[in-house]
Design a protein around this ligand. Sequence first.
Ligand SMILES: Cc1cc2nc3c(=O)[nH]c(=O)nc-3n(C[C@H](O)[C@H](O)[C@H](O)COP(=O)(O)OP(=O)(O)OC[C@H]3O[C@@H](n4cnc5c(N)ncnc54)[C@H](O)[C@@H]3O)c2cc1C
Length: 491
Amino acid sequence: MAEGSARPAVVVVGGGVAGLVAARVLMQRGAQVTVLERSDGFGGNLGGRELGGFVLDSGAESFSTRSDTVPALAAELGLEDLIVTPDAPGAWVQLPARDLPAGAHPLPASGVLGIPADPTDPGTAALIGRTGALRAALDKVLPPGALATRPGVSLGELVRARMGEEVLNRLVAPVAGGVFSADPDTLDVDSVAPGLRPAMARLGSLGAAAGALRQAAPAGSAVAGLRGGMVRLRDALVASLREGGADLRTSETVRALRRAPGGGWTVSTEHSTLQRSVSASAVVLAADGPGAVDLLAGVLPQAAVERPDPVPGVALVTLIVDQPELDASPRGTGVLVARGVAGVQAKALTHSTAKWKWLREQAGPGSHILRVSYGRAGDNPADSGASTGDEDLFRQALADASALLGVRLEAADVLAWDVVRWAGALPHAAVGHRDRVARLRAAVGPLEALEVTGGWLAGTGLVSVIDDATARARALAAELGLPEGPQGDPL
Ligand SMILES: Cc1cc2nc3c(=O)[nH]c(=O)nc-3n(C[C@H](O)[C@H](O)[C@H](O)COP(=O)(O)OP(=O)(O)OC[C@H]3O[C@@H](n4cnc5c(N)ncnc54)[C@H](O)[C@@H]3O)c2cc1C
């Protein structure tokens, strides 16, 4: 951008974390930024609400420590002192009764996504049985072979081939269900566990690779959070954009993108019944997958075939309960549920007051916050709970929490509860995902002054989303000729 020339106007479509991060990078590089968000608030899956006197995360409640992405952003926003790691006890897994050992067991903490660093370790062997442990130990002697490099390998295929069915069904599947609402056989391993296969090729076994990835995380914890909730990251991003003069609009749905005759874009929006057009030098499309593809298809018809497959809805029931027996954290920080556990519909339960010290201190002794999650791909929608009405789901959550925690919880123990529903919020990084993303990026590449970003492309999780949004925004800033700051970028 030549000195003295007007600041280019950039419209960001979608005010989730991808849109907010991209908007901030572009604002810092000197663009005049407008963020258009369809819903009545910013943050998308990174959100919060008040329940029973607590401000609680409604979606993301932690971030992966596999990279410095979130701590670096938190530091830029003045939040570095709020970073906290979860309490030590770790999560448990609830196994079905059909085979032994059944019931609830602590998950081995040494690996990633349930893949144990050492399947012969007594804690792990207790979960997968002696035969399972013997089969899993083959991982140490099998050569890495083509599985380490061949394209299109799923998480399930890799774990089954290296460590066998017991590790897959009893450890990895419950974790994948809890984190991605998906079956490991459908998940692209390189998208959900970046670096795992290269580490396996280097170190010779899947267990060694899982252990190395886990150890690479600072302080040994795979995740961290923010005191006050991850929603504080959303609030700080919004505050920083406001301070920098960005134009932030909610309840404004983008309906169409059109090339403007003289270059740049015309963005058609709808606010309530009011329709209008916004002119922009450039656009960042940071809507969720289906929304982004529909908008893209207007200018790039071949994009329509890349529309992501529908994913199951997720429902989170939060229970604030008065039950001193939970002070002992009977199931650590929570429970991941394997398929087939009789009578339990939940896929996971987070014991939030056991996981986060700041929340426990706020609640005080005897009071507990439980987040019970429903909706996993492959479940019959009628059984998954995600389509059940609020009152029935509340009763189911109470029963599931009692069964999973081994502590009887009655409606009279509940001080407050609510249900948060997310439709299509956890797009699957399915096998072949990287190829689809590459195809889409190649098709979008020639369109001037347009970048596409978001979890549906980058992969679920704040780290992937923030990294991608930052990279796309920097690429757009360079294309617009916006100068880098004295330290390179951002200003
Ligand atoms: C229940 C849940 C728990 C999670 N937990 C974690 C966790 O603990 N740790 C972690 O790292 N990740 C977690 N995630 C994943 C993480 O939150 C997401 O990967 C990330 O927030 C996605 O951000 P995004 O901006 O790409 O998409 P979104 O958050 O979906 O944002 C897209 C935004 O675009 C808007 N939009 C769509 N269409 C239009 C349009 N036409 N016009 C204007 N606006 C539009 C939407 O309203 C939305 O606000 C969780 C997700 C969920 C649902």
